[in-house]
Ligand binder design. Structure first.
Ligand SMILES: [Zn+2]
Length: 233
């Protein structure tokens, strides 16, 4: 006997709250986080395929980057903001894995990232990570790893100084604020590798630049960068 869905669904939703994280619609497949319409409306950049894309240009004259990409455009009050909020502040790691999978598929479809040997999540301060329970960039790396099967190196590049809020600072002040924030613990784990440094949202690129510069001090490393989203003004 089939129970009427009116009885079933509230019961199921109690255990498995399931609305589209983009628009709130409940017309959504069980294994998805978004309805089909929101999936179709995701603001992919296509940058993975293109040299000299805006993310790569961000690092010109700053650090040597083999290739860089952001999977999505980020803007306020958008689907992306909802998704990022969900996995960064509401503890929904599965959303992060899902987004990491999407990044992995784009990286796989591009020959520009084909010789990466290790994924490194942009580290958080240990205090911040303990408070949140995880590093959101690590979750993205885990999602990328599910597609590319490239090892994730964690706890090797660490963040050592608390930086103040960046928003009211000039680019130079921002750089001074973050440049000494990172340290590599056992550099032999990175030696000779082409590292993909992963972060959630790129704005000025100052933090990625500082972390990337520290990684590049290790002999024989080369650096590429992948972020989930790029902030647009
Ligand atoms: Zn939707």
């Amino acid at each position: 006997m089939r129970l009427p869905s009116a009885i079933l669904s509230p019961f199921l939703h109690f255990f498995y709250p399931h609305n589209c994280l983009g628009c709130g619609s409940d017309i959504i497949e069980a294994e998805n986080f978004l309805c089909l319409e929101c999936i179709n409306n995701l603001p992919h950049t296509g940058f993975a395929l293109h040299a000299n894309n805006p993310v790569e240009k961000t690092f010109w004259g700053r650090i040597t980057v083999v290739a860089a990409m952001s999977e999505f455009y980020f803007s306020k009050d958008s689907i992306m903001q909802n998704l990022i909020h969900e996995f960064k502040y509401k503890g929904n790691r599965n959303v992060g894995l899902y987004l990491g999978n999407i990044m992995g598929k784009s990286l796989l479809s591009s020959n520009r990232f084909s010789d990466i040997n290790a994924l490194v999540p942009l580290p958080l301060f240990s205090e911040k990570e303990s408070k949140r329970g995880y590093n959101q960039s690590f979750i993205l790396c885990a999602g990328i790893n599910e597609i590319l099967h490239i090892p994730v190196i964690t706890k090797n590049v660490i963040r050592i100084i608390r930086t103040e809020t960046q928003t009211k600072k000039s680019r130079i002040q921002r750089w001074e604020n973050v440049e000494k924030s990172f340290s590599v613990l056992e550099s032999q784990r990175l030696e000779g590798k082409h590292i993909l440094l992963v972060d959630d949202v790129i704005t000025t690129g100052a933090t990625l630049e500082a972390c990337g510069a520290e990684i590049l001090k290790t002999a024989g490393t080369s650096l590429s960068i992948a972020t989930l989203a790029m902030a647009t003004k």
